[in-house]
Design a protein around this ligand. Structure first.
Ligand SMILES: *[C@@H]1O[C@H](CO)[C@@H](O)[C@H](O)[C@H]1NC(C)=O
Ligand SMILES: *[C@@H]1O[C@H](CO)[C@@H](O)[C@H](O)[C@H]1NC(C)=O
Ligand SMILES: *[C@@H]1O[C@H](CO)[C@@H](O)[C@H](O)[C@H]1NC(C)=O
Ligand SMILES: *[C@@H]1O[C@H](CO)[C@@H](O)[C@H](O)[C@H]1NC(C)=O
Ligand SMILES: *[C@@H]1O[C@H](CO)[C@@H](O)[C@H](O)[C@H]1NC(C)=O
Ligand SMILES: *[C@@H]1O[C@H](CO)[C@@H](O)[C@H](O)[C@H]1NC(C)=O
Ligand SMILES: *[C@@H]1O[C@H](CO)[C@@H](O)[C@H](O)[C@H]1NC(C)=O
Ligand SMILES: *[C@@H]1O[C@H](CO)[C@@H](O)[C@H](O)[C@H]1NC(C)=O
Ligand SMILES: *[C@@H]1O[C@H](CO)[C@@H](O)[C@H](O)[C@H]1NC(C)=O
Ligand SMILES: *[C@@H]1O[C@H](CO)[C@@H](O)[C@H](O)[C@H]1NC(C)=O
Length: 659
């Protein structure tokens, strides 16, 4: 993420990178403006995720794109140019800031969030898996302790003004047990963990040691160094302003040597790096000899990028410009956005491909410093993330992780209700979550999906389209209309054919909303998650799949403004990503919500779906609440000093955790 120096300094102090200060003008607006959210009740105060203020859809472009165009697909992946490497259906996953994992995943191994499990289940049955990173800036100063009181998985330590002196986050092995339980309950959920690199003179590898021991094969990899190209500018960990790629190369090597010498870390080649943001390009790091020197450790090549930031609002005193969301909105609503975000990394992805390493966008979202109200939580953001994701896939990226932070940020795909909200409130599923669902369905579970940007409509940026080949043949076509025009005049028709192939009919699912500015009235083939506090993580409503008859093997698919359409070119292409509802494992609570499907596991291990209720209320929900009060709201728990003494006592350092 990019923020001003002070901004980052504050965020670093508070242990959270992508936070959004309480913007009072937006924070206290009662939701309920739309029909669908009225059921949640009136008079409740809202947070970012329940802010109902909408922007205005941008004006129609001039000139307008043509409203009909042809898409002719090659017969197979030998005759179609421009296809990517095989992309897994787990492409879109989540990057959960380490400090908020207790808000969205669960309280501990025996108290898991039901809506979270349901959401992950929806994704795994479509894409075959979900990859989740627990990390972020807070991984850098995290410290593992043998246990925390009352089965707590993490605690934010009270920090002094100097981040280099003070721990910011304590985590217990219970966190790993919790993650392991999620993987047990939802087959296909796998994890990346961040291990700290704030201090390579005093390494703390326990997160990797304990992580591997508890999570085993459910660990995909360990990230070493989060955005090291920003270390110097922020003087993070006491590093100099002129911190160089060579300095990073050396420090990274120190960690690799320690890992290679650590008998408790048996898998050596699963390290994620260099995780640069473009301040250093991947090539600048590679030029140090990084790829060769650490070939036996690197399992993944990663970068991290947000296209924009809202730091001017987040940290007013840092001097960043305050940006007007309405002015920024159009920059998310065309195909240039995704292309420009990855432009500095496309060459690096080819290097990764040549080495046989997956290229990952390890942390991303609409805008750092909390996102933009009205953009990050709009239907436009869903279209943006879908197009950005397919742009990455077409450029041989194997995965991208959408960042999840505290309850006051605008970009979270899903948010648990705050501690003091009523029991009747459930989760808020934001528009950008639909992007992950639809991408899983677009790519499917076969791990053979090859994606091509079709340069549709003569490369018009408002109507991009992609073809997805599976097992070498055309399977699905993805069509976008970024415009908003309720009159219907800018509904376009794509005429689809496959060279030499018979096409009698196709099935089509639409992701729709009345406007790109819409926040709650969003459906995927007729189903949705409702508005703020309305979801238990399962799709509601009756599925509505269109069948379009083709004529002379040409299929005409209309796409309204705005909408995304997924065209299924065969029965298999449809059925493999559209399991019967009865085949989707769901989780319900002991409270038995109306219409809840049967729980497939003993409900006693699950938290009530209203999230934080009954749990240790001292751990505050919104990371922002803390930043906005300059530390005054920092968690201060009576047992903390004892824990710190335990964590940093000489006896603890380098010793195997007592599990
Ligand atoms: C642990 O739980 C007990 C019983 O609920 C409570 O009295 C105690 O204060 C808790 N300790 C901490 C550190 O939260
Ligand atoms: C899990 O957390 C809950 C809520 O904080 C607590 O009541 C329970 O005792 C914890 N479970 C264990 C096994 O520590
Ligand atoms: C942090 O800085 C402020 C102002 O510079 C000072 O008043 C405060 O005592 C400092 N806090 C700590 C814990 O050092
Ligand atoms: C790194 O973080 C740890 C734990 O928060 C802290 O104790 C240590 O002082 C930090 N080191 C540096 C160099 O900032
Ligand atoms: C969750 O984790 C705990 C601790 O490892 C374990 O005892 C329990 O059986 C697990 N539950 C499930 C449902 O996997
Ligand atoms: C399209 O998006 C790009 C990149 O985000 C932006 O710079 C440009 O202004 C947008 N074009 C229009 C016409 O809105
Ligand atoms: C692309 O990457 C290769 C391999 O790292 C490098 O040699 C080349 O200079 C890069 N090209 C650009 C334009 O960065
Ligand atoms: C909920 O908690 C927050 C912070 O803990 C507090 O500011 C707010 O007033 C509370 N809201 C209600 C309705 O109690
Ligand atoms: C075509 O697809 C098949 C099956 O997925 C794959 O084995 C083959 O490598 C692909 N060929 C090309 C040229 O991409
Ligand atoms: C929701 O949006 C659809 C179009 O996507 C529209 O037909 C419908 O009237 C809207 N419903 C509400 C309650 O606004």
């Amino acid at each position: 993420m990019r923020c001003g120096t002070l901004a980052w300094g504050l965020a670093g102090l508070l242990g959270v990178s992508q936070v959004h200060a309480a913007v009072t003008v937006y924070n206290q607006i009662p939701y309920g403006a739309s029909a669908s959210s009225s059921a949640a009740g009136a008079g409740k105060t809202a947070n970012a995720y329940a802010d109902s203020v909408q922007l205005t859809a941008p004006a129609l472009p001039n000139p307008l794109p043509p409203t009909t165009f042809d898409l002719t697909l090659g017969t197979n992946n030998n005759s179609q140019n421009g296809l990517s490497i095989p992309i897994p259906g787990s492409f879109y996953g989540f990057s959960i800031e380490m400090s908020v994992v207790n808000q969205v995943v669960g309280k501990n191994a025996s108290l898991l969030q039901v809506p979270f499990l349901n959401l992950m289940s929806l994704l795994t049955v479509r894409g075959g898996g979900v990859h989740i990173r627990v990390g972020g800036n807070t991984q850098e100063t995290a410290t593992m302790v043998s246990s925390l009181p009352n089965g707590t998985i993490l605690a934010k330590a009270e920090v002094a003004n100097d981040t280099t002196q003070t721990p910011a986050l304590l985590i217990s092995p219970e966190m790993m047990y919790m993650m392991a339980n999620v993987s047990t309950l939802v087959d296909g959920v796998k994890w990346y963990l961040g291990i700290p690199m704030n201090d390579t003179s005093n390494l703390r590898l326990q997160i990797a040691e304990v992580g591997e021991q508890i999570l085993g094969d459910n660990i995909l990899g360990f990230q070493v160094g989060n955005e090291p190209d920003l270390y110097g500018g922020h003087q993070f960990g006491g590093r100099p302003l002129d911190y160089s790629t060579q300095d990073y190369f050396t420090e990274f090597g120190t960690v690799m040597t320690a890992i290679n010498n650590d008998a408790q870390i048996t898998v050596k080649k699963n390290i994620v790096g260099p995780s640069v943001t473009g301040t250093w390009t991947p090539e600048m790091v590679f030029d140090t000899g990084y790829l060769t020197a650490y070939a036996s450790n690197l399992g993944f090549i990663a970068v991290e990028k947000y296209p924009n930031d809202n730091c001017g609002v987040e940290f007013p005193s840092a001097g960043d410009p305050v940006k007007d969301p309405q002015t920024e909105f159009p920059s998310y609503l065309n195909h240039t956005s995704g292309l420009s975000i990855i432009s500095a990394f496309v060459n690096g992805s080819q290097t990764a491909k040549n080495l046989g390493l997956p290229m990952l966008m390890f942390e991303t979202n609409t805008a750092s410093c909390g996102g933009f109200p009205g953009i990050s939580d709009s239907f436009g953001s869903a279209l943006w993330a879908l197009d950005y994701g397919l742009t990455m896939a077409a450029a041989d990226f194997s995965g991208a992780l959408l960042h999840v932070s505290g309850a006051s940020v605008y970009y979270n795909p899903f948010t648990a209700p705050p501690t003091n909200q009523s029991k009747f409130h459930e989760w808020t599923i934001s528009p950008i979550f639909y992007s992950t669902l639809v991408t899983a369905e677009t790519l499917g579970p076969t791990n053979t999906a090859q994606v091509v940007d079709l340069q549709a409509n003569s490369g018009n940026i408002f109507t991009p389209a992609y073809a997805i080949y599976e097992n070498g043949v055309p399977a699905r076509v993805a069509l976008f209309n970024f415009m908003t025009d309720p009159s219907g005049a800018n509904t376009y028709t794509a005429t689809i054919q496959i060279t030499g192939a018979t096409l009698a009919s196709v099935q089509v699912k639409y992701l729709t909303a009345p406007s790109v500015a819409e926040k709650t009235n969003i459906t995927w083939a007729g189903q949705g998650f409702g508005g703020p506090f309305e979801s238990d993580g399962r799709l509601q409503g009756t599925e509505d799949v269109q069948t379009i008859q083709c004529s002379n093997n040409v299929c005409s698919v209309p796409v309204p403004a705005p909408a995304f359409a997924l065209v299924f070119l065969s029965d298999t292409a449809f059925s493999e990503v559209n399991p019967a509802a009865s085949a989707i494992p769901t989780f319900s609570t002991t409270t038995g919500k109306p219409g809840a499907a049967a729980a497939t596991i003993n409900p006693s291990v699950l938290a009530t779906s209203n999230g934080q209720g009954g749990a240790n209320g001292q751990i505050m929900l919104g990371s922002t609440s803390q930043s906005s009060t300059s530390g005054a709201g920092m968690l201060a728990v009576p047992w903390l000093s004892a824990v710190l003494a335990m964590a940093f006592g000489a006896a603890m350092v380098g010793r195997r955790m007592a599990l």
